[in-house]
Ligand binder design. Structure first.
Ligand code: DSN
Length: 423
């Protein structure tokens, strides 16, 4: 590469990834094939529209490419339709809102501090200015059980047009059957934001909301699904011509979503990313991916137990998926930012995170959020989790001792040599 400044930064980032351990539950390491597709000449091509219906010439390769991505995504999630063009998860969610809602309409979504996502109506987002978000949360923070009675009361009172199930910091499984019953009762569109657990769903270790009557699933492709950074919208319904405006009915959802993405909010799709998504979808269709997904969940369960042995107080008492939320303020009297910094110093990357009804401010919340998708890709198994938990406790204890932290970092670098990146 001629640009040595950028080449140096790429090399430095590769070293950081190689020598450290990625515990951010929304990150992963893609395969070489995914990287190759991402760095391909498809980045040079404009392809506004959809396969067979484009606004530019020269689509003889992009059309079959996008169609392959669509077909593979449909197969993975048992969907009637897939839109593979969203640039990421936030625009995917916004596209569904704009496909189905009018300004001022109501959405019932999970409270941010109980695990919901910014795009589920946090006041700082544009969606929250356009639509009316009402919140449900956990009934019991000790078990993580959602307050479904309250959710139903809210639905009956506010008559939401969308009921949104999904999260970015919730370690338990949702009861989709209950969501679906309430959604039916009030005639709402059932939308699931499965960005965090998409890989677990297709790997068969988490439930698929479509099996319970959901109409739409949004997801990112770069978390447990282990693809390139991007978004994806799956839906049930009849696939129509996106050039013609359909009636706003549930069966027309696929077409409404296609129109909402293009021309509604995006221009040219990123065809190199769609190529990489297609590669990742094929990988996720292989039998080995089931083993990978199962291992993520096993590793998280053991790591949660090991952390508890070290005195970490876990929100909901543990995990049923890939992520763990620890209240380090309750456990050790430090905020999540202090813990994040200490862990960064030893080469363990995770993020500070609010816990339910947090009394500390968002930039210095009480918790840390971590997960096992990336380390599982590197080959970590249950027997390695006690070492990880031990390092985490040591980092918290020795957070003010720079030399001690450096010593632990050396141990981490040595240990991870046996767990190469998939490069
Ligand atoms: N930033 C993602 C996460 O870490 O969960 C969600 O957008």
């Amino acid at each position: 590469m001629q640009d040595t400044q950028i080449a140096d930064l790429i090399a430095a980032e590769e070293k950081r990834q190689r020598e450290g351990l990625e515990l951010i539950p929304s990150e992963n390491y893609v395969s070489k094939d995914v990287l190759t597709a991402l760095g391909s000449v498809f980045t040079n091509k404009y392809s506004e529209g959809y396969p067979g219906r484009r606004y530019y010439g020269g689509q003889e390769n992009t059309d079959p490419l996008e169609q392959l991505a669509i077909d593979r995504a449909k197969q993975l999630f048992k969907a009637d339709h897939a839109n593979v063009q969203p640039h990421s998860g936030a625009p995917a969610n916004e596209a569904v809102y704009s496909a189905w809602l009018e300004p001022g309409d109501t959405v019932l979504a999970m409270e941010l501090s109980h695990g919901g996502h910014l795009t589920h109506g946090a006041p700082v987002t544009r969606s929250a200015q356009l639509y009316n978000f009402i919140r449900y949360g956990m009934k019991n923070i000790e078990t993580g059980e959602i307050d479904y009675d309250h959710l139903r009361e809210l639905a009956l009172k506010h008559k939401p047009k969308i009921i949104l199930a999904g999260f970015s910091a919730y370690p338990r499984e949702l009861d989709y059957e209950k969501f679906a019953a309430i959604g039916k009762e009030v005639g709402a569109l059932l939308m699931a934001d499965m960005a965090h657990i998409a890989g677990l769903i297709v790997g068969g270790v988490a439930k698929n909301p479509f099996d319970y009557g959901f109409h739409v699933i949004t997801t990112t492709t770069h978390k447990t699904l282990r693809g390139p950074r991007g978004g994806l919208i799956l839906s049930k319904g009849i696939v129509g011509n996106p050039l013609k405006k359909p009636e706003k009915t549930l069966e027309n959802i696929p077409t409404l979503i296609d129109r909402s993405i293009f021309p509604g909010m995006q221009g040219g799709p990123h065809m190199h990313v769609i190529a990489a998504k297609a590669v990742a979808f094929r990988e996720a269709l292989q039998p080995e991916f089931k083993g990978y997904a199962a291992q993520i969940v096993k590793n998280a369960a053991v790591l949660a137990e090991e952390l508890k042995k070290h005195g970490f107080n876990l929100v909901t008492g543990g995990t049923s998926n890939h992520l763990i939320l620890a209240d380090v303020y309750k456990s050790f009297g430090i905020d999540g930012g202090v813990a994040e910094t200490a862990l960064d110093a030893i080469g363990l990357t995770l993020n500070k995170n609010a816990v339910a009804d947090d009394t500390l401010p968002p930039f210095r919340p009480s918790g840390i959020r971590l997960g096992t998708p990336a380390i599982t890709t590197r080959g970590f198994k249950e027997e390695h989790m006690s070492q990880l938990a031990d390092w985490m406790k040591q980092a918290v204890d020795k957070r003010d001792d720079e030399r001690a932290l450096q010593e632990i970092r050396k141990q981490v670098v040595e240990f991870v040599k046996s767990f190469p990146l998939p490069l």
